[in-house]
Ligand binder design. Sequence first.
Ligand SMILES: Cc1cc2nc3c(=O)[nH]c(=O)nc-3n(C[C@H](O)[C@H](O)[C@H](O)COP(=O)(O)OP(=O)(O)OC[C@H]3O[C@@H](n4cnc5c(N)ncnc54)[C@H](O)[C@@H]3O)c2cc1C
Length: 258
Amino acid sequence: MHHDVIVLGAGLAGLSAARDLAAAGTDVLVLEARDRVGGRVEQTRTPDGRFVQLGGEVVGRAHTAYLQLAKELGLELVPSYVAEPGRMTRATPEGSSADDPPHWFGPGDAALHERLGAEFGALAATVDPDDPWSHPDGSALDRLSVADWLRSRQASPAVVRLWEIGQLALAGGSYERISLLAALRKSAAVPGSGKGDYDYDDWEGLRLADGSATLAEVMGRELGPHIRLGSPVAALDIRPTAAPYAWSPARSSRRRLW
Ligand SMILES: Cc1cc2nc3c(=O)[nH]c(=O)nc-3n(C[C@H](O)[C@H](O)[C@H](O)COP(=O)(O)OP(=O)(O)OC[C@H]3O[C@@H](n4cnc5c(N)ncnc54)[C@H](O)[C@@H]3O)c2cc1C
């Protein structure tokens, strides 16, 4: 198999990378294990024709790359939610509560949560979202999970639980496994989020009118024969010298990828 670049996975990341590469004239091939594009973004239709999202759905005005991509693909964005006001409600096996503080908080937890939010925001302000590895402590921040960082700052289990529930609600993975540097970078990329506020317009005020999976489907159609579905990659053979190669900035070496 001889191509300039092989992209593994036809999720939004792989598809948009392959799209950029193809537009630059690169001979790119996307290998996707499943029999469809989109990865964690997927939709189906009800018998009466309505879309149902089975994965990633909403975006916000802070997702500038996504918004630009949707524009380039000619896809329309509409507000995610109806105008009716609502309240944040947390339901857990032992009870539920609306607004703050959550029902599992004890004395001191609210102040602790606020302090840690401010500390997180201050730390995020030291990270360049366009070049997070330029941070002098980049490697150390990356080795630490967000949950471990919280515990290292004396967070109570109740506070860790609130951060974790918020994160799991986004279906992006547990804070027990997400690197602190990655979370700081994400926060630094959105003006205002460093203050600890969750702005719905920044993060989830918009969705695609025709269903969010259309973004992947349109990119998939554009890439056409550059995608091979049903092709799980079982192993990578990485050799340091032989061509063809891909540039690996992390180690400043040329690495054979297939
Ligand atoms: C229920 C749910 C709701 C969500 N809601 C939102 C939301 O509203 N807004 C939002 O922004 N995000 C949301 N997300 C998160 C969002 O969907 C993901 O962050 C995003 O789709 C990830 O894209 P990706 O391309 O990085 O990875 P993925 O979509 O996971 O794509 C990876 C692709 O690689 C393929 N692959 C993996 N291993 C191999 C292999 N060995 N060989 C070949 N192919 C392989 C997979 O099959 C997959 O297609 C949600 C996720 C879920 C599950």
